[in-house]
Design a protein around this ligand. Structure first.
Ligand code: NAP
Length: 495
């Protein structure tokens, strides 16, 4: 049956055929199931599949309802702007998809955080461009009243969409540069930055209100420039241990930017998807803040409390420390009753998760109790360690979160730190001038024996500070690439 007839028979809603509304609803439900699935490692693959099916349904529906097969196709003319023909859209998808495919193939797992930040910036930029396209050609978007002016409500949507998009863009670019190490991770503190930030935000809100009365070019242009500026200003003072919150916050902003675009384009699926990403990102930011013992508002206000952090790059001390070998570690691990493994960013760098799982298996075969302790900000992105351990088939019931395992270090024979550093640094508990002060850390000092795998005594963690754990009586430093060290330990355990 002809689709036009089908939609006429089914009725229409706001220019979108009823069957398309139903398809969008189904994709919305699938996105919710995707989020539900992603909440646990065991169901995350199914969650991903739901998300992919939902996105396919949403994209096909949008294409079929919005894009004419041939220029001037009457079926599509009532649903808003006819941007391009199907051939042009398919070509654009092929080019964008091709670039994405090549990047996904080439990217190292350790570069994922900056890639995610870079992709967030593209969502923000897209929102700005859609907003400007609608402003410059409002008839095509169906947002013009009988008097020839843009509807007041559409002006609010445009102003907000462009502002959120621009903030997401410039904020994500700075996050990308910091995470990629192309810009110092340390906070950059401008004098009177809170006054400047609040003034700029107030200016954007006032101009958006003004825009409802006056649709002049200078108003929307100033909103755009100020929003690019505030995104930049909000992220540069955030450094060190607060970056994970920034990453999830920008994820949330990119969702709101997409939702705002959805309003401009009258696309229900985009509004639903954007709102889901925006709210789940906001919830994740809140959870990360709680885990980090930080106030949500103080992080998003940018660099609150960073005065202490800025001066906290403690110089390295020349103190005695003990070096261990793989043989020492294999012997002591084999003799232990309970071992707690703390993975961190270095495990991701060396891809040691498979060797580590093997080590766990060898220890369990000897009757040793093995547990994995995951800090909420270990690695460089939320869930980083969980993903790697799941990839190596580490059983989920051996993996514990900080608050569930921290009390167990007192009963552990060995705390086995592999590529983690900041998340075990006691300075977070004791040193007010440390950039990680206030963040909860693992109490590894309570374990009878500590093994600390890193490549050299010179290397520091993300926050760039020295770590007292290196110099404790019960610590043996295992200096090597993590994968190589664990493989050598495994050889010792296999004997
Ligand atoms: P970390 O503090 O960054 O320390 C990484 C450790 O791994 C260092 O001691 C490093 O020492 C070692 N290492 C690096 N490559 C290695 C290799 N190939 N083999 C062995 N060791 C290696 O890591 P973390 O304890 O996981 O802490 C995470 C930090 O990142 C926190 O400060 C957190 O705030 C921040 N952060 C987290 C996120 C997130 O979302 N999770 C996002 C951004 C920032 P060597 O160089 O001497 O080897």
């Amino acid at each position: 049956m002809d689709l036009a007839l089908l939609s006429a028979a089914a009725g229409e809603h706001g220019g979108t055929p009823a069957w398309a509304m139903l398809a969008y609803l189904i994709s919305g439900v699938l996105f919710i199931l995707a989020l539900r699935g992603l909440s646990s490692p065991g169901t995350s693959r199914a969650g991903n599949r739901y998300g992919m099916i939902g996105m396919t349904i949403a994209m096909v529906t949008t294409l079929v309802t919005h894009v004419p097969m041939i220029p001037g196709d009457a079926f599509n003319s009532y649903v808003g702007p006819d941007f391009m023909t199907m051939g042009e859209i398919v070509a654009a998808i092929a080019i964008g998809g091709g670039i994405g495919w090549v990047i996904a193939k080439r990217i190292a797992m350790t570069d994922m955080p900056q890639l995610v930040a870079a992709f967030h910036s593209l969502v923000g930029l897209a929102a700005v461009l859609v907003g400007w396209a609608a402003y410059l050609n409002p008839e095509a978007f169906g947002i013009v009243g009988a008097d020839g002016a843009i509807h007041a409500v559409s002006r609010v949507e445009l102003g907000l969409g462009i502002a959120i998009g621009a903030i997401t863009f410039s904020g994500s670019v700075i996050a990308f540069l910091k995470l990629a190490g192309k810009m110092s991770g340390a906070p950059i503190l401008l004098p009177a930055r809170h006054v400047i930030n609040l003034g700029t935000l107030a200016g954007i809100i006032a101009l958006t209100a003004w825009f409802t009365q006056d649709q002049s070019l200078w108003v929307i242009a100033t909103i755009t420039v100020l929003s690019f500026l505030i995104g930049f200003l909000l992220i540069i003072p955030i450094g060190g241990a607060d970056m994970p919150v920034v990453v999830s916050m920008l994820n949330s902003y990119s969702g709101w930017a997409a939702a705002a675009m959805g309003f401009t384009l009258s696309n229900t699926a985009m509004i639903i998807t954007g709102a889901l990403v925006g709210s789940s990102g906001a919830i994740l930011s809140y959870i990360m803040c709680k885990a980090m013992n930080r106030g949500f508002l103080s992080v998003i206000a940018g660099g609150f409390g960073a005065e202490a952090a800025a001066g906290g790059g403690a110089a390295k001390e020349q103190r005695p420390w003990k070096r261990g070998s793989a043989e020492d570690a294999a012997y002591m691990l084999g003799e232990a009753e309970k071992v707690i493994i703390i993975p961190g960013y270095g495990m991701a760098v060396s891809q040691a998760q498979h060797a580590l799982r093997e080590m766990g298996d060898l220890l369990k075969a000897r009757g040793v109790e093995v547990k994995y302790a995951i800090h909420p900000v270990a690695g460089r992105m939320p869930g980083h360690m969980n993903v790697l351990l799941a990839e190596a088939n580490v059983p989920y019931d051996e993996v514990f979160e900080l608050e569930d395992i921290n009390s167990e270090f007192a009963t552990a024979d060995v705390a086995f730190i592999i590529g983690a550093n900041d998340v075990v640094n006691p300075a977070a508990k004791t040193d007010k001038s440390s950039p990680i002060y206030g963040m909860p850390v693992f109490d590894v000092d309570k374990a009878k024996q500590v093994f600390f795998i890193k490549r050299s005594m010179g290397g520091v963690g993300y926050a760039g500070v020295d770590n007292d754990v290196f110099y404790m009586d019960q610590t043996l430093m295992l200096l090597a690439d993590a994968k190589k060290m664990v493989e050598d330990i495994n050889k010792g355990l296999a004997h």
